[in-house]
Design a protein around this ligand. Structure first.
Ligand SMILES: Cc1ncc(COP(=O)(O)O)c(C=O)c1O
Length: 402
């Protein structure tokens, strides 16, 4: 039955959905760290819907919160108060710094918001340029594409939105040289995700922070992929010695219910005032209830500690099992945001692993990207490692034979 159902679904996609994606397998159910196809075949999920389902699929506490809120109040618009959204904002703020939150729906929308904030702040003193990093990824809207440090995504969508320039990541001298009297913001990911799981150097971040302080430039962090516990702290910048002035978040914020947003320090909360920015769906009671359940679960189940523990275990053992393969250059990352860096495109290896019931991703073309849910247990980490070891062996043999 699975094959006919799959074929029928693929046909519907081909006919009715714009071909902007190239999906592989079809899943019909998710539970914890596992996904199931129409034949009931079980897959271990080391992708988490691209760092969205950080608490795994259909976490009972999140599901219960969604069900309860869906029966009470789903949406009323931001023209009215609701009791749920400010509770979420308070919970988030109490875990970072004094400031305020703007809620949106996606990573790109959250980043658009911080770009608008930086411009509005800078324009007070005639500054509106933002410096971003090469190989960064900030989204697919026109402004976030202009911020994104990979020209291929902008191809065909010219003209580019003005006011952005890119410099090499982790290169402080290049960044300093690029700052002008027009610069109002510097935007970066603490761990570059799409660019290839590349963590920022701590000393570099410290210097960027000092430069921003000296020149009254907003330090802007994109926490869309690396935030929400992914690297072992709630926000990735908390694992460094710096505090940004503003940071965006999305993906895992509500564990799959679309939600994004940004948190800005108190010093800058007078920049976006009534009527200057808005979003119809931003911070609905439904998404807020799901996100609150996410926060409570991370706290009660000690998931940040678990992320650090399982991340260190996976990284150590990945280094061990990849050591004999000369096409593996290194294993890098932080917490459960891990990249296995190859010397050639990683898509074929990811495909071999999928055939062995392990869902993985690629990044920056040559990196096998592993983003398991942060509820991962030691046994499930071992299950993943066993599949990766077998997959690597098979892949290396086919490569040799090719
Ligand atoms: C770091 C980063 N920023 C922004 C985005 C865009 O998020 P969205 O697809 O929700 O618009 C992504 C998506 O992968 C991302 O990884």
């Amino acid at each position: 039955m699975g094959n006919a159902f799959f074929a029928e679904t693929v046909d519907r996609y081909a006919k009715y959905i714009l071909p902007t994606y190239a999906p592989q397998t079809m899943f019909v159910k998710g539970q914890g760290v596992y996904l199931f196809d129409a034949d009931g075949r079980r897959y271990l999920d080391f992708a988490s819907g691209i760092s969205v389902c950080n608490l795994g699929h259909c976490h009972p506490r999140v599901t219960a919160a969604i069900q309860k809120q869906a029966a009470e109040l789903v949406h009323i618009s931001n023209l009215y108060y609701n009791p749920v959204t400010p509770r979420l904002a308070e919970t988030l703020i109490k875990q970072c710094f004094d400031g305020a939150v703007f809620f949106a729906n996606s990573g790109a929308e959250a980043n658009e918001g911080i770009i608008k904030l930086a411009r509005k702040y800078g324009n007070r003193t005639g500054r509106n340029e933002i410096i971003t990093m090469e190989n960064s990824f900030h989204g697919r809207t026109l402004a976030t594409l202009a911020a994104t440090g990979r020209a291929k995504y902008r191809k065909g969508f010219e003209p580019d939105v003005q006011g952005f320039k890119q410099v090499p990541y982790n290169d402080f001298e290049a960044l300093k040289a690029a700052v002008t009297d027009k610069t109002c913001g510097i935007m970066l990911e603490i761990v570059q995700g799409e660019g290839g799981i590349l963590p920022a150097d701590h000393e570099y971040l410290r210097k960027v922070r000092a430069l921003c302080d000296e020149k009254d430039i907003l330090m802007m962090c994109d926490e869309v992929q690396c935030g929400m516990g992914r690297t072992g702290t709630l926000f990735a910048w908390q694992g460094t010695s710096i505090e940004p002035d503003v940071f965006s978040m999305a993906k895992a914020l509500a564990n799959g219910i679309p939600m994004g947003g940004f948190i800005v320090k108190r010093k800058f909360t007078d920049v976006l005032t009534a009527g200057t920015h808005a979003s119809t769906f931003g911070g609905t009671p439904l998404a807020s209830a799901a996100a609150l359940a996410v926060q409570e679960t991370i706290r009660d189940e000690h998931l940040l500690e678990n992320c650090r523990e399982q991340g260190a275990y996976l990284m150590e053992n990945l280094r061990r099992i990849t050591a004999g393969y000369d096409f593996v250059k290194c294993v890098r990352g932080k917490g459960l945001m891990i990249g296995v860096v190859l010397d050639h495109p990683a898509g074929a290896l990811s495909k071999v692993l999928l055939e062995k019931n392990l869902v993985t991703l690629t990044a920056g073309e040559t990196v096998l990207r592993l983003l398991p849910p942060i509820i991962l247990t030691r046994e499930q980490a071992d299950e993943g490692l066993t599949i990766i070891a077998a997959g690597l062996k098979q892949y290396a043999e086919t490569k040799k034979g090719a």
